[in-house]
Design a protein around this ligand. Structure first.
Ligand code: PLP
Length: 391
């Protein structure tokens, strides 16, 4: 008789917030934290070893996204890459009009708002009820003075994959810069910057089993974008600062390893995600699954439950050994309902009862079944408390 493997707690279903560092990635990084500690700009042999590791990492990332190594600039993560893209483009041009989708991460929305307060005209591109941008809505808003369009590849809350190729083609035709936040898509679906007609694209290592605090900006050769950080000559004079060699090596190692089994892992995650969604929808009355049925990242399941607060549900699930999220990790702590759900036309009350479950490498069928059962219990428990307090 086959025994069922014991379920390990906690069940981690928050891979969109961050992923654990893969042990093989750590092994690749370790020498650069210990004996190979040279500054990548130094002329001696230790410097040369660090520099060669960075060069190799740049080639790996460039290859993974279909760019040239000279078009890859390492940053401290996705937030920095997004800030550079928007503010760097604005600083290099006289054009004053920007278009950003309503469901962008705050790392795009906040710099856009800052530009809006400094004389730029910032317009929001709406999304449909699935969280997708219609390229026609972009076309209708392009102006002669449009500097930049920023639309993410895949959304970090509901996992909606955007028609970036079509939008990029429109921008290229009109001579408008196109920025794609690809932080959530790299390592989950193929990312090809040239096919997207992207001038800039943002990436982050910790979303694909790499280290936190390292990412990259793809900057198309010839795109007019101002340098970002002043100081030394690192990153071809555009982003000064001593390179985070272990982080960069870890980023490349994570990218290489993740892309190796991408298709198979995507199929596995999509099947588990569908199993989880079906169980939750069946067991929890008044529940809805958000986001597109097809154009969605494989490991993403996002729900709204009527009559409960997402935050209370998270606490109840945490006590049952399940790590989940109500929306973007960076917004947790705020009781504001998600701007993504509101942009999708989900009513405020319903948006308050949101739950995001994002699956990853360690997620098993047992974990998914356990989560569905605990979610059903927790929602029922919260609803009965709610009705008691109303009585
Ligand atoms: N963009 C998106 C779509 C994200 O999901 C995140 C992280 O949550 C970021 C940007 C920010 O990336 P980082 O955490 O590397 O700063």
């Amino acid at each position: 008789m086959q025994s069922t493997p014991a379920l390990e707690l906690p069940v981690y279903l928050d891979h969109a917030a961050t992923t654990p560092l893969a042990p093989e990635v750590l092994a690749d990084m370790l020498p650069f934290l210990t004996e190979a500690y040279g500054n990548a700009s130094a002329l001696h042999s230790l410097g040369a070893r660090a520099r060669s590791a960075v060069d190799q990492a740049r080639e790996t990332l460039a290859d993974a996204i279909g760019a040239d190594p000279e078009e890859v600039y390492f940053t401290s993560g996705g937030t920095e890459a997004d800030n550079w893209a928007l503010k760097g483009a604005a600083a290099a041009s006289g054009r004053k009009h920007l278009l950003v989708s309503a469901v962008e991460h705050h790392a795009v929305l906040h710099p856009a708002a800052t530009l809006g307060r400094s004389g730029w005209s910032v317009e929001t591109i709406p999304v449909d009820s699935q969280g997708r941008v219609d390229p026609g809505e972009v076309r209708a808003r392009l102006r002669n003075d449009t500097l930049l369009v920023s639309v993410m590849h895949a959304n970090n809350e509901v996992g909606a994959i955007q028609p970036v190729r079509e939008i990029g083609a429109l921008c290229r035709e009109r001579g408008v810069l196109f920025h794609v936040d690809a932080v959530q898509s790299l390592g989950k679906i193929p990312v090809r910057v040239r096919e997207m007609h992207a001038d800039m694209a943002s990436f982050s290592a910790h979303k694909l089993y790499g280290p936190k605090g390292v990412g990259a900006l793809y900057l198309r050769r010839g795109a007019r974008v101002a340098p970002w950080m002043e100081g030394g000559e690192q990153e071809r004079g555009k982003r000064a600062g001593t390179l985070n060699v272990p982080g960069i090596v870890g980023f490349a190692s994570a990218v290489r390893r993740t892309l190796q089994g991408l298709e198979e892992e995507s199929r596995r995650l999509a099947a588990l995600r569908d199993r989880l969604a079906a169980q939750v929808l069946e067991r929890v009355p008044d529940s809805t699954l958000n986001g597109p049925a097809q154009e969605r990242l494989p490991g993403f399941a996002h729900f709204c439950f009527g009559g409960i607060e997402g935050e209370s549900l998270l606490l109840a699930l945490d006590m049952a050994g399940i790590c989940a999220s109500a929306g973007a990790a960076c917004s947790s702590g705020s009781t504001e309902p998600s701007h993504v759900l509101l942009a999708m036309g989900i009513p405020l009350e319903r948006a308050r009862g949101a739950l995001r479950l994002t699956l990853g490498r360690a997620t098993t069928q047992e974990a998914v079944d356990y989560a569905a059962a605990r979610i059903a219990e927790a929602v029922a428990g919260l609803r009965s408390m709610g009705s008691l307090s109303l009585a």
